[in-house]
Ligand binder design. Structure first.
Ligand code: F6P
Length: 367
């Protein structure tokens, strides 16, 4: 069994409500075992470029540092979706950006600082890095974070419930203004290449049309649904669109891709809105919820899940586990190999109960 005395924690990728609750649970659970805890600032950057942090790239984490943070959004450690140690971006003298592997150097830094283990809190990208570091010999436990809920081997990730709750509240608000004006409201939500947020918030918020990446849409079918409602005397419609939704035979709408970063999705809401307005002649407005879904305080569900995940990650280390991710398998929190959890993206199964429910209620998926 590993003899753990000093651990590091980092948060990587996009933030998600619940990160601070995970950090608090890890720190208190570790301190109660007599361990020391350190936070790496902004992913791995605190260790890879400490000169960028006047207060030091490594933050000692005490009871005081985590007091009163369970309900706060964001992360006290900072996060980044740049600075992957396996593909670290470097700018040469000519201004050209290229990527180098700094994982060996990172693992040496852990040894030099007498850090016995890492708890990596992140989504698919950050946990794939964690899996590789574990393969190279670092003692690592992962905690699954993402509002997108697209991580495999856990029933749910923390942050997702808060995003769905807020999106549903927004859809509720858009209903009344859509009805008052007899308009079509298109609501674009995040989720990357998975439709979980759009599906759950769309069904909970009684959307008339839900477009998700897993079901390519035919814009004519979307317009038909709006007109069908009109004929029935329902002069307004709500269309929820996942940012990764794509038309039959088409691609997802990209804003761009910077070196060292994931593709940036967005803009499909505008496309759908413009096409629906042309096809139906109905006044249409588009709302992009974007980063609002990531901000603010976590719901009680996400706080509890985050606290459970954080404490379980420390228990995993205490039990001598490495290369695993804590995962919700109700009613328990279990450990699953990081390699398995990051092998594929968890998308919405087309035969899942929520899709069947939506279809039974008459919701259109544009197919
Ligand atoms: O993965 C979480 C997520 O919020 C996605 O839903 C979205 O596509 C992406 O992050 C946006 O990231 P950024 O912070 O780079 O805009």
């Amino acid at each position: 069994m590993a003899d753990i005395k000093r651990i590091a924690i980092n948060t990587g990728g996009g933030d998600a409500p619940g990160l601070n609750a995970v950090i608090r649970a890890i720190v208190l659970t570790a301190l109660n075992r007599g361990w020391e805890c350190y936070g790496i600032r902004e992913g791995y950057n605190g260790l890879l470029m400490p000169e960028a942090y006047p207060q030091g790239g490594l933050m000692p984490l005490t009871r005081d540092s985590v007091r009163g943070i369970t309900h706060l959004g964001g992360t006290i450690l900072g996060t980044t979706n740049r600075g992957d140690p396996l593909r670290f971006p470097i700018i040469d003298d000519d201004g050209q950006v290229y990527e180098i592997d700094r994982s060996e150097e990172l693992i040496d830094t852990f040894k030099r600082l007498n850090l016995d283990a890492l708890i990596a809190i992140g989504g698919d990208g950050s946990l794939a890095i964690a899996a590789e570091l574990a393969r190279q010999g670092l003692c690592v436990v992962g905690v699954p974070k993402t509002i997108d809920n697209d991580l495999d081997k856990t029933v749910v990730t923390f942050g997702f419930n808060t995003a769905v709750y807020f999106a549903t509240e927004c859809i509720d608000r858009l209903h009344s203004t859509a009805e008052a004006h007899g308009r079509v409201m298109v609501v674009e939500v995040m989720g990357r290449y998975a439709g979980w947020i759009a599906l759950d918030a769309g069904v909970a918020g009684s959307a008339d049309v839900i477009l998700i990446p897993e079901i390519p849409y035919d814009i004519n079918k979307v317009a038909d649904k709006v007109m069908e409602r009109s004929v029935q005397g329902r002069d307004f419609s709500i269309i929820v669109v996942a940012e990764g939704a794509r038309p039959v035979g088409g691609e997802a709408t990209l804003i761009g891709k910077a070196i060292g970063q994931a593709e940036q999705l967005g803009g499909v809401g505008q496309k759908v809105g413009a096409a629906v307005e042309t096809l139906t002649g109905k006044e249409t407005r588009v709302v992009v919820l974007g980063h609002l879904l990531r901000g603010g305080k976590p719901t009680a569900y996400d706080r509890l899940l985050s606290l459970r995940f954080g404490a379980a990650a420390v228990r995993a280390l205490a039990e001598g586990q490495s290369g695993v991710m804590v995962a919700l398998d109700p009613p328990a929190v279990k450990y699953v190999p990081l390699q398995q959890a990051t092998r594929r993206m968890k998308t919405v199964p087309l035969d899942c109960d929520t899709i069947l429910t939506a279809r039974d209620l008459g919701t259109s998926f544009g197919d």
